[in-house]
Design a protein around this ligand. Structure first.
Ligand code: NDP
Length: 397
């Protein structure tokens, strides 16, 4: 029986809140806090029986966070606001003495750059206080890292090649929309490509490496190598990897829009003056694009995300593919959210449950692959994201 404070009332926050509320035996008290309280209240109304309390908070402000945490006294904070707030929320958790979990690594507002070093720097302080911080517990990062840990534990003596493959074969009926926060999403997909090979990072122009890959129940989709945050911790935690890449599918229409957005300067995070007011073009663009949280109703098709791994088991080469497919309509029917919010929110809830039930409790700051994958893998299907596996199939890579 535990109290949790969820911060961030977007698409992911909505799924986490509903999932936690459906398990009163684990989550006895729930508070959802965010910048805009009315969004918290709308989510709370989806849940029966006044189970969810709501509050307004500016998560950039440590004293404000601390006051809220000290009033509600949760055992744990679930951060599903934006990556910009990771450090302030970690700071407040440390000061108040509560555990922490997030789904995306820290990114400064004024620089399109993310890496774990800022959050890993908190390790000793969390350890000294006997607190656990779980980093990156969505789907990717999150489940993909747990799949990799599960493969290392049960299927390989040594893993050599890891390809994380992320396909969204959904159709939301809009000319252009992003599946999660547009500002964060556009910053992520317009950066240079980067992958790990033979002990060093190899950088490419954006979307320079392209290959059609076949996804279960979907078929062939153009897939592009992009840099994704879990690669940084996975190559550190699984040093036998000779190569680690992340592939994401993009439709031609999406890429054309993205190119135009960049060419006309709308992806820029450099402030400009418009009619005497300072604005950031990408933040302005976010306001004109569809809200990812509203895409669910007409979203058809499904996502397929998994890990394709090649390595050695008992002296022989082995391949292993593990994946989940999630239908946008199933996610919408259950939670009112589209598949990308759903596949992020469900693992976040389960990561919290792992900590609260003592299965993933150790003092310090950890990426999800540093915990035992088995208790998570046993339950993730029950909560909506079942997995499939194929041994010694053709990985195409
Ligand atoms: P949204 O933009 O829909 O929601 C973010 C929420 O955070 C909004 O409610 C917003 O408030 C709130 N917020 C922003 N700034 C503050 C602040 N200073 N103080 C308090 N609240 C704030 O994003 P998503 O729900 O799509 O994504 C949430 C997180 O999940 C992001 O960090 C994203 O990167 C991550 N993610 C992770 C994935 C994974 O697989 N690991 C996949 C998809 C997303 P307001 O409503 O007022 O704007």
């Amino acid at each position: 029986m535990s109290k949790v404070l969820i911060i961030g009332a977007g698409g992911v926050g909505s799924v986490v809140t509903q999932k936690c509320a459906s398990l009163p035996e684990v989550f006895s008290d729930i508070m959802l806090a965010s910048r805009t309280k009315s969004k918290c209240e709308a989510i709370a109304r989806r849940v029966d029986g006044n189970r969810v309390k709501t509050a307004q908070v500016d998560a950039d402000n440590v004293p404000e966070l601390l006051a809220l945490i000290n009033t509600f006294k949760p055992e744990m904070v679930i951060n599903v606001a934006l990556p910009y707030q990771d450090l302030t929320i970690m700071e407040a958790c440390l000061e108040a003495g509560v555990h922490y979990l997030d789904t995306a690594n820290y990114e400064p507002k004024d620089e399109a750059h993310f890496e774990y070093s800022w959050q890993w720097a908190y390790h000793e302080r969390f350890k000294e206080k006997g607190l656990t911080a779980i980093l990156g517990c969505g789907f990717d990062p999150g489940v993909t890292s747990i799949y990799t840990a599960f493969a290392a534990k049960h299927h390989f003596d040594e893993m050599h090649y890891l390809d994380i493959v992320d396909c969204n074969a959904g159709d939301h009926g809009k000319a252009f929309a992003t599946n999660f926060n547009p500002e964060i999403n556009i910053r992520e997909v317009t950066q240079k490509g980067k992958y790990w090979e033979n002990g060093k990072w190899v950088e490419t122009d954006p979307h320079a490496i392209k290959k059609p890959l076949n996804y279960p129940n979907i078929g062939a989709r153009n897939s592009y190598v992009i840099y994704h945050e879990e690669l940084e911790s996975l190559v550190k935690n699984f040093p036998s990897l000779k190569r680690a890449r992340f592939w994401m599918t993009f439709g031609d229409e999406y890429l054309t829009h993205l190119r135009v957005i960049q060419n006309i300067g709308m992806a820029s995070i450099e402030p400009i003056i418009y009619k005497g007011v300072e604005i950031v073009p990408l933040q302005f663009l976010k306001e004109t694009l569809p809200n990812p949280g509203d895409l669910g109703e007409n979203y058809t098709g499904e996502t397929s995300i998994g890990c394709r791994i090649r390595g050695i088991k008992e002296g022989k080469e082995k391949t292993y593919y593990i994946w989940n497919n999630c239908k946008h309509q199933d996610a919408y029917n259950e939670t009112g959210a589209q598949g990308v919010s759903y596949t992020t929110g469900v693992p976040a809830m389960l990561g919290v449950m792992m900590l609260l039930t003592g299965k993933w409790k150790k003092p310090g700051v950890f990426n999800v692959e540093e915990f035992d994958p088995d208790p998570f893998m046993e339950l993730i299907g029950t909560y909506g994201l079942p997995w499939n596996e194929e041994i010694n199939g053709d990985l195409e890579l």
